[in-house]
Design a protein around this ligand. Structure first.
Ligand code: GTP
Ligand code: MG
Length: 369
């Protein structure tokens, strides 16, 4: 159960966390609700709660049909993708709003309307993509499904409140996913703010600020008063530069579904993050078990676009069904083959039974009976 925590499992089983914890303790295992479960333990626990478990192997899921392995010289720097996390009320939404309005609206009188749960901002002609989703939920669901969409986590900690339970949880998630953390010490405009206290509390749980000799970048900001936001963006670019993020715009698009919905007028609509390649109107895409033709693409401001490159969130219209967040998508040349793979996946999903060793469990394969 790569990425699934005790809490995730309890949610999935519609069981109380404390009941799951009780079983764990009865078995003599030492865990907290945030411990990550391995496939065997998760299977055992799920059975205790009357759920059927399917474990699928990596091999079954990795279906290679894209021939062209990209040449290193075709790979270009792509924009970093950021998820904002933090404790309740520490200012995540305000920060996302302020970044969007200061860095995007400048160019457009009257401001902008955001259309999808992700958007791009620019600093000195360099793009940064923010996933505007309730951080924890999106991050954990995605990760439980094996998708990696985030290059860096911005951890918002209110300077008048300090480290709180969800602050710690966010750190655990980011560490488990091996994603670097940048701390935005927020609300520094407040008279009772105490950034040093936040730094001290963070140092006690393993995040030592660079300015104190550690290696975690911490930026004091005010999301509300829009203080130091450019500095935060600069730091995001700096930290992700080290990661040497590359993509090849010349290949067929691939990426991850961020959201899926059925729109009355427009039919199935998927918000996807194109992570590699270029997605065009007219492309045939394989998304989970759905094969469809891209009828239209709409960017983060609701504008119709013909094509989008790597690190771009975009709305895709024309799919034959509603995909699930965390599904991967792949543009394909060979439609017949794509259908074949889609069918194969569907059959696999149906036929898969218990006991496949060395497999990976994903949240959607865990079904309560
Ligand atoms: P949840 O989505 O509920 O987890 O909260 P959140 O982290 O998104 O916090 P949100 O942005 O909703 O902010 C919570 C409150 O803090 C709001 O009343 C904001 O106006 C206020 N707030 C956020 N940032 C700042 C800041 O920099 N300074 C001050 N003074 N208030 C802030
Ligand atoms: Mg919020």
């Amino acid at each position: 159960a790569e990425g699934m925590t005790v809490k995730d499992l309890a949610d999935k089983l519609e069981a109380k966390v404390k009941d799951v914890m009780r079983v764990i303790l009865e078995q003599g295992m030492r865990m907290t609700i945030n411990s990550t479960l391995d496939a065997d333990t998760a299977t055992m626990l799920a059975r205790q709660f009357g759920a059927e478990v399917e474990v699928r192997s990596f091999e079954e899921e990795i279906v290679e049909f894209e021939e062209g392995v990209s040449r290193p010289e075709d790979r270009e720097t792509r924009a970093p993708v950021v998820t904002v996390m933090g404790h309740v009320d520490h200012g995540k939404t305000t920060l996302l709003d302020s970044l969007r309005t200061t860095r995007v609206a400048e160019r457009e009188a009257g401001g902008i309307t955001q259309h999808i749960g992700a958007y791009a901002v620019e600093l000195n002609d360099r793009k940064i993509v923010f996933l505007d989703t309730p951080g924890h939920a999106a991050f954990t669901t995605m990760r439980a499904r094996g998708a990696k969409v985030t290059d860096v986590v911005v951890l918002v900690v209110a300077a008048d409140d300090g480290v709180m339970p969800q602050t710690r949880e966010a750190i655990d998630h980011a560490k488990a996913a091996k994603v670097p953390i940048i701390v935005a010490i927020n609300k520094i405009d407040k008279p009772d703010s105490n950034p040093e206290r936040v730094m001290r509390e963070l140092s006690e749980i393993g995040l030592l600020a660079e300015s104190w000799g550690g290696d975690t970048v911490m930026v004091p900001v005010s999301a509300k008063a829009k203080q130091n936001l450019d500095q935060l963006l600069e730091m995001i670019l700096l930290v992700t530069e080290i990661g040497d993020l590359k993509a090849n715009a010349a290949r067929n698009a691939s990426g991850t579904v961020l959201e899926g919905k059925l729109d009355r007028g427009r039919g199935p609509v998927a918000t996807v993050l194109v992570q590699d390649g270029t997605l065009h109107v007219g492309d045939t895409v394989l998304v989970g078990t759905i094969v469809g033709k891209v009828r239209a693409l709409q960017d983060d401001r609701g504008r119709s676009v013909r094509e989008v490159g790597p690190s771009t969130p975009v709305e895709v219209l024309g799919l034959g069904g509603v995909p699930t967040p965390g599904d991967t998508f792949q543009a394909v040349e060979d439609v017949a083959k794509a259908r074949q793979i889609a069918m194969f996946r569907e059959e696999q999903a149906k036929a898969k039974s218990l006991g496949a060793r060395g497999g990976r469990m994903t949240l959607e394969t865990l079904q309560k009976h």
